[in-house]
Design a protein around this ligand. Structure first.
Ligand code: A3P
Length: 300
């Protein structure tokens, strides 16, 4: 059942800057420092995204694959226990997750989720190169999803109007910095054998083939007779209803204002961008992405 642990008059604490990147107070500098120095294991699986790119979706998919498609096991524990958000906390009721990650058993691969930009990933991640799934989502839908999240996330200051939010997003003056910098850095490393770069829009187009692709990358192909139910389990409607993956009891969400699983669509930006915002964004996108080869579907 949904419940709020925070008092009604709770005000988000101020963001801070870490290596020039804006981060919410719920991601303290001490945790970011600890994660930078943490022990990374060779058999770790890292799920990395810019916020609102489909992180939760990728975590659930990863968990299902690594449990060999055993949905009974997947449903036993909340997602953040199965694939912890390593740089989170400590703050309020949220303990320092990196300590939990350090203490995870060694007999099975750890599944770890982060939003850290490439350069701020743990030192040992750069050295040991564990398998890493990077999920990217087109920046217009990401911006809308991120803006909408400011309205339901207790720890982020609410921005009521997209008119006010878009300039911040464009400047990278939002949590975890610039969408462009984050995505382009991982894109440049997409050919390294330990990195798999997957797009949200491709998962929407054909979830089954992307899950098979991800499972092959992890070296854990899903059993043929379980694929269909695993794909179904990871659809938007199923995840929205699943209390182990929908954050319906999470203290960071103001459940009176909305649900974590909002729309899960490609193209919702069209309901919010004005014609002139879209023109400005398109020319910026073209300028920033020129020569990179990174393209996105903005509608399906
Ligand atoms: P919307 O706000 O557009 O609905 P993250 O997990 O990185 O915070 O991303 C959240 C976004 O992913 C939200 O987008 C959420 O609805 C969407 N999402 C989560 N699970 C999904 C799924 N199974 N299929 C499609 N979208 C999903």
């Amino acid at each position: 059942m949904a419940h709020n642990l925070l008092p009604d008059d709770f005000k988000p604490l101020a963001d801070h800057f870490f290596n020039g990147i804006r981060v919410p107070a719920v991601i303290p500098a001490a945790s970011l420092d600890a994660v930078r120095e943490m022990e990374v294991r060779d058999d770790d699986i890292w799920v990395v995204t810019y916020p609102k790119a489909g992180t939760t979706w990728a975590q659930e998919i990863t968990s299902v694959i690594m449990e060999g498609g055993d949905l009974g096991k997947v449903k036993e524990r909340p997602l953040l226990e199965r694939v912890p958000y390593v740089e989170l906390g400590p703050i309020d009721q949220i303990p320092a997750t990196h300590k939990f990650v350090d203490a995870m058993p060694r007999d099975v691969p750890r599944l770890v989720r982060t939003h850290l930009p490439y350069d701020l990933m743990p030192k040992q991640w750069h050295e040991k190169k564990p398998k890493t799934l990077y999920v990217a989502r087109n920046p217009k839908d990401t911006a809308i999803s991120k803006w909408q999240f400011t309205k339901i996330n207790h720890y982020i200051e609410t921005v009521e109007s997209f008119f006010d939010y878009l300039p911040k997003f464009i400047e990278g003056d939002v949590s975890y910095g610039s969408w462009f910098d984050h995505n382009l850095a991982f894109w440049q490393h997409r050919h390294e054998p330990h990195v798999l770069f997957v797009k949200f829009e491709d998962m929407k187009k054909d979830l089954k083939s992307q899950m098979i692709r991800i499972a092959d990358f992890y070296g854990r192909p899903l059993p043929e007779d379980k694929i269909e139910e695993c794909v179904e389990h990871c659809t938007f409607d199923k995840m929205k209803k699943n209390p182990m993956s929908n954050y319906s009891a999470a203290p960071f969400i103001d459940h009176k204002k909305g649900t974590f699983h909002r729309k899960g669509e490609v193209g919702d930006w069209m309901n919010h961008f004005t014609v002139s915002q879209n023109e400005i964004f398109n020319s910026l996108f073209e300028e920033k992405m020129r020569g990179s080869g990174l393209t996105f579907d903005f509608e399906l």
